[in-house]
Design a protein around this ligand. Structure first.
Ligand SMILES: NC(=O)C1=CN([C@@H]2O[C@H](COP(=O)(O)OP(=O)(O)OC[C@H]3O[C@@H](n4cnc5c(N)ncnc54)[C@H](O)[C@@H]3O)[C@@H](O)[C@H]2O)C=CC1
Ligand SMILES: O=C(O)[C@@H]1CCC=N1
Length: 273
């Protein structure tokens, strides 16, 4: 069956998924995007030749998959206002919103099953990773369809406990930002030690790319790869000693815990009523 996917929200993540799907060969005529912000729609139309509409109900009309890519704060209104229509056409609902529980979305949708997932921005380049969660209302066919869509733009895995989605969000959903911060910090350090901005940026970005690629391809663990760079009495050891002495691991672990807590808090603030 030829899928027709309606994206509700064409912002950063909607665009990443659309860009990734089209780069992987999806037919733009299979995709429709709804967003109230006209410049977003114009940009998506110009770049990907997808159908764009300013009204969510128009996007959903002929869709067999509705991919909810609005901010968590918008989700309840968006889903509730589509309830009557989707109960007639019964598309598969896929939410990428941080925090919001599948059962809440399901209720706002009048009981339709929902696959909740957490992709990440590298989906745009086809190298994202998405964790998916489905409760008992979701059929095997629904699962397969969600996996097929998100699997087109990167790796996929299923989690069995919904609470794990908070941790997933903190690791891989937010994770690209941590790596971008590290690139920024390397770049700034290079500049403050006298490199030109261009040289510092290129060294930082290529090093991140090479290290990520190597970690992805290698059968060695990241710890082993790190040790292979670290010569006894050498330069890397000097840097790592400084980081360890300043509790970099504890700081990072607390930062990730803060993200996971925020995810759980979003569910409480915005759902379950
Ligand atoms: N940005 C990221 O890296 C990731 C974001 N997410 C989740 O994806 C969702 C979207 O996040 P972003 O794309 O970053 O936000 P964004 O703010 O870039 O995009 C949201 C889009 O929704 C549109 N919008 C607002 N109200 C709407 C409505 N009533 N109907 C239709 N569209 C509406 C906005 O105009 C905007 O274009 C969030 O729930 C977030 O938790 C998940 C994984 C990664
Ligand atoms: O920051 C956020 O809340 C979203 C979810 C994961 C990445 N961005």
């Amino acid at each position: 069956m030829k899928q027709r996917i309606a994206f509700i929200g064409g912002g950063n993540m909607g665009r990443s998924l659309i860009g990734g799907l089209i780069a992987k060969g999806a037919d733009p005529s299979q995709l429709v995007v709804a967003d109230p912000y006209a410049p977003t729609l114009q940009a998506l139309q110009a770049q990907y030749n997808v159908q764009t509409v300013s009204n969510n109900a128009d996007a959903v009309r002929d869709a067999n998959v509705v991919l909810l890519a609005v901010k968590p704060q918008e989700l309840r209104n968006v889903v509730s206002s589509l309830q009557e229509q989707i109960l007639r056409t019964r598309p598969l609902l896929i939410s990428i919103a941080a925090g919001i529980l599948a059962t809440d979305i399901q209720r706002w949708a009048g009981g339709l099953p929902v696959v909740r997932c957490m992709p990440n921005r590298p989906a745009m380049q086809g190298c994202g990773v998405t964790a998916l969660y489905a409760n008992e209302l979701v059929t095997e066919a629904n699962r397969a369809l969600a996996e097929q869509i998100l699997g087109a733009v990167g790796a996929t895995l299923w989690v069995e406990r919904e609470t794990d989605m908070d941790t997933v969000t903190a690791i891989s959903g937010s994770g690209p930002a941590y790596f971008f911060l590290l690139i920024e910090m390397l770049e700034a350090a290079g500049q403050s030690l006298g490199l030109s901005p261009d040289v510092a940026r290129k060294l930082a970005v290529e090093t991140a790319y090479g290290s990520g690629f190597m970690a992805h391809e290698s059968s060695d663990s990241p710890a082993t790869l790190r040790q292979q760079v670290t010569s006894k009495g050498g330069t890397t050891e000097a840097a790592l000693k400084h980081l360890e002495a300043n509790n970099v691991r504890a700081i990072f672990s607390q930062a990730v815990a803060a993200a996971a807590q925020r995810s759980a808090q979003l569910a409480k603030e915005l759902g379950s009523t």
